[in-house]
Design a binder for this molecule. Structure first.
Ligand code: DX5
Ligand code: ZN
Length: 220
């Protein structure tokens, strides 16, 4: 299934509930929530209290991208706040397998993110342990950056690795995604696209429609 996951990092934080509702009503399937701790990445964003409040605004899947050192410390609380998918960075977990188990045990779907410089081959042992893999197509920490072209090859390689093991997992791509490059990202083997600026800068409804249309075209 092809999925659009608007990242609220680019939304108007003074009207967060309305922005989330607008993305939902326009047809986006997930809401992507970027949690940053000021340690794994330079920025600090928001955490459980904000996510818990937003949970009342939509029934869409909450895709929580944790840019946090040792995110295992927060898994339970994050699930309680309303996370459906909990995505942790391979680089931030000393015991990644254990953290993925914790996520599954608390009833959320586990996902693993890798930075641009982290090879997808480092995921070979845990391909069957996560429901989704997130290929970062910018260095995490900020919205509005340019898509790094070499990450396309990482998407292809990861899809091939999954296929070779007879596994299916979602491949999500995050950073610099727009209606202009959506098609080639999907063609490389991704099926979940995160978009921050491309959704929340300007008319949310029109932006979501444009992105969903671009994603559809590729399917034909
Ligand atoms: C970056 C975040 C992204 C970000 C994407 O660290 O993980 O989710 O919001 O923003 P755009 O789509 O503007 O690159
Ligand atoms: Zn993100």
């Amino acid at each position: 299934m092809r999925v659009l996951a608007p990242s609220i990092l680019a939304a108007d934080f003074t009207r967060l509930g309305e922005e989330v509702r607008a993305a939902d009503l326009a047809g986006a399937q997930y809401i992507h929530l970027d949690v940053m701790d000021g340690a794994f990445v330079p920025s600090i964003t928001f955490g459980m209290p904000v996510i818990e409040r937003l949970r009342a605004c939509t029934d869409r899947v909450f895709d929580v991208h944790m840019m946090v050192e040792e995110p295992g410390r927060y898994v339970k609380e994050m699930r309680k706040a309303g996370a459906d998918i909990i995505c942790v960075h391979a680089e931030a977990c000393r015991h990644l397998d254990r953290t993925l188990n914790q996520i599954r045990e608390c009833g959320a779907r586990p996902a693993v993110a890798v930075n641009p410089a982290t090879p997808v081959e480092s995921l070979s042992c845990i391909l069957g342990e996560a429901d989704m893999f997130l290929i970062m197509s910018v260095n995490p920490g900020f919205g509005g950056q340019r898509f790094i072209p070499y990450t396309l090859e990482k998407i292809r390689r990861l899809r091939r690795m999954l296929d070779e093991q007879g596994l299916f997992a979602d491949i999500e791509v995050d950073g610099g995604v727009s209606a202009a490059n959506a098609k080639e990202i999907l063609a490389a083997g991704a099926n979940v696209l995160v978009a921050g600026s491309a959704v929340f800068h300007g008319d949310v409804r029109a932006n979501v429609r444009r992105l969903l249309a671009a994603m559809e075209e590729q399917a034909e």
